[in-house]
Design a protein around this ligand. Structure first.
Ligand code: ZN
Length: 145
């Protein structure tokens, strides 16, 4: 059964990320600096290279792979919640090459910004706290605790 909670939209931040920054680390730093513990993220732009993850559902382990080429960010979508008392960003990204071929996956550190425009919607509501989910092996939201 799905478990959901009502949250309220508070405000939005919009801006651009620094050239050469680590995409995931830069977004996380904004959340820490602005004290954003609940929210949603969208972004577009381009990267110099990327490191993405794919979760192996049998092994319960992430397989990470590198794309050592310049790519467009055709979509980045993510959310902000908390884990171990700090904001954590979970984002997935779709990237395209010069022929329009797309790659996608779980955004990992090691993805380097060429240019990136970001919007962060800040939400207000109950805490969404991540903890280990035994069934999947993932740090999912503990909704009933
Ligand atoms: Zn993911």
């Amino acid at each position: 059964m799905a478990t959901i909670r009502e949250v309220d939209a508070v405000k939005m931040f919009m801006g651009k990320l620094a050239h050469g920054a680590d995409l995931l680390e830069e977004i996380t730093k904004i959340c820490v600096d602005q004290d954003i513990c609940l929210g949603r993220i969208e972004a577009l732009g381009a990267v110099k290279k990327a490191r993405l993850g794919y979760y192996n559902q049998q092994d319960h382990e992430y397989h990470f792979f590198d794309l050592n080429q310049t790519l467009e960010i055709t979509n980045l979508i993510g959310n902000i919640s908390t884990k171990d008392g700090a904001p954590i960003v979970h984002a997935h990204i779709t990237l395209s090459d010069e022929d329009g071929h797309a790659y996608g996956g779980h955004l990992a550190p090691g993805t380097i910004v060429f240019a990136c425009e970001i919007a962060i919607q800040v939400l207000d509501g109950p805490n969404f706290v991540r903890g280990l989910d035994q069934e999947t092996g993932l740090p999912l939201w503990k909704m009933n605790e």
